[in-house]
Design a binder for this molecule. Structure first.
Ligand code: ASP
Ligand code: MG
Length: 465
């Protein structure tokens, strides 16, 4: 059995969904399908939710109506273009109408109450995937395949109540997923499951975080013991760097799990960084392929750490991050500053991307820009007013990361990387090496990003052959 996950672009239009259905049809053997919302839909749901709480009561109804009209039209016309079988089409359209009605009700509620909780937000965002599973399962049915649409929860994925970034409850997932999915597979039904959305144990809808459909796919693969998890996307696989910066970027044919995690974590946008862990736990290969080039070989991610002549396999740059510098943190009251910092920020679900402490009373760390305000507030309150002398935020920077398993124990490599950066006259602001030893990350000014990526890619990838 394999898991095939199709992302937003892959299901973004009638034409693309047709290509997806062909790929599914051609694949022999048991399979389960995971899909994202049609491209742009999750963003538009998020936007209308934020907009509607700021509108005067007199126009809420009109705005909600207009939005619903458009989203219903988009999904209905896609269904009509794809589904020949009249009965299947009518069923699909009536499901789209039912969902649209529910969505309109919640938008009005949120608008009039002026209250958009993370819980309501997850409920609103869930509609994108609920529309897409309806359409895609119907398209398969009209091809005379047996298919059934399921939400993440209906497929057995139960999470905690951390709305917006919910965590799966692993102890119940294994049994739950098998109980829901195995009977379908035994009947030769293809389950078409919504990525990204799940529910807590009360059945209230949660989401796994933006881009979380990949994670859904690997959780299902893990607990159903799939032989492979396939991520079908709009690029050929993982590349050596961003082709928008370096047109010479090439496809990486194989990566180890650890390299893939580091790459995803530090900015390669092809897969979600959380998706590797479940696959790695039980050693399931993850294959990334393009829906628009199904014959391409893609990128295969496996446990074996293949050493190739390229010590460095990829260079990434992550934007939208900032540094927080703490100076003069009271050493006597707070002997374990970084420990306390981790637990304060961890409590708010703020992920520290890099950390470096030059002395016990100085500490710098890097987080996503969107978390900076919350982090500053949490730290100011958490450490108390007197224990931090100054707290400084530096923006307009980016993280550059080089990844490659060959770096493990490669002497002098970091020096060579930093020398290459110095040679193009760029200042390194902060350095960190991951404990996995398969990446080196450092911070430079945002304005130097392209120059650094180009230089490192040229020296350590193109020039190596
Ligand atoms: N539709 C969701 C998003 O855009 C989840 C996903 O596509 O993976 O974030
Ligand atoms: Mg998406």
């Amino acid at each position: 059995m394999i898991v095939m996950k199709f992302g937003g672009t892959s299901v973004g239009s009638a034409k693309n969904i047709r290509a997806v259905a062909d790929i599914i049809e051609k694949k022999d053997g048991r399979k389960i399908i995971v899909v994202s919302a049609m491209a742009g839909i999750t963003d538009s749901l998020s936007k209308i939710a934020h907009r509607i709480i700021d509108l005067p009561n007199s126009v809420i109804k009109k705005e909600a109506n207009q939005f619903i009209k458009e989203i219903k039209e988009k999904h209905t016309s896609t269904a009509k273009e794809l589904i020949q079988d009249k009965r299947v089409l009518m069923e699909s359209i009536s499901k789209i109408e039912e969902l649209s009605g529910k969505l309109e009700t919640v938008l009005l509620g949120v608008g009039y109450l002026e209250d958009l909780s993370p819980k309501s937000m997850d409920y609103i965002l869930s509609f994108g995937e609920r529309f897409s599973i309806t359409i895609i399962s119907s398209v398969l049915e009209s091809k005379d395949l047996k298919a059934k649409a399921l939400t993440g929860y209906e497929a057995g994925i139960v999470t905690d109540s951390n709305f917006g970034r919910a965590h799966p409850i692993h102890s119940i997932l294994a049994r739950n997923i098998r109980e829901k999915i195995n009977p379908l597979l035994e009947d030769d039904v293809i389950p078409v499951i919504s990525g990204f959305i799940a529910a807590n144990s009360d059945g209230t809808i949660t989401t796994l975080g933006r881009g979380g459909s990949d994670y859904t796919a690997s959780l299902l693969g893990r607990y159903l013991k799939a032989s492979e998890v396939q991520i079908w996307t709009d690029v050929d696989g993982i590349l050596t760097t961003d082709p928008k910066i370096v047109p010479e970027a090439r496809l990486i044919p194989t990566l180890s799990y650890i390299e893939a995690v580091d790459l995803a974590y530090f900015g390669a946008k092809v897969i979600h960084s959380k998706m590797i862990e479940p696959a790695m736990d039980v050693n399931i290969p993850v294959r990334i392929k393009s829906t628009f080039n199904p014959e391409g070989r893609g990128t295969l991610i496996v446990s074996k750490q293949e050493k190739i002549e390229h010590v460095i396999k990829a260079v990434t740059a992550q934007q939208d991050v900032g540094i927080v510098n703490l100076k003069g943190v009271g050493m006597i009251e707070t002997p374990n500053i970084s420990g306390k910092l981790f637990s304060l920020l961890g409590g708010k679900n703020i992920n520290i991307l890099m950390i470096s402490g030059s002395s016990e009373s100085n500490l710098s760390f890097v987080i996503k820009k969107s978390f900076i305000d919350e982090a500053v507030e949490t730290i100011s309150t958490g450490f108390g007013d007197n224990s931090i002398r100054s707290l400084e935020v530096v923006e307009d920077i980016c993280i550059i990361t080089v990844v490659g398993v060959g770096m493990q124990g490669a002497k002098g490599l970091a020096a060579k990387v930093f020398q290459a950066v110095a040679d193009v006259d760029v200042n390194i602001i902060m350095i960190a090496q991951g404990s996995s030893e398969v990446n080196i990350s450092f911070i430079v000014n945002e304005g130097d990003r392209e120059k650094v990526v180009k230089t490192l890619h040229k020296r350590f990838i193109e020039d190596v052959g």
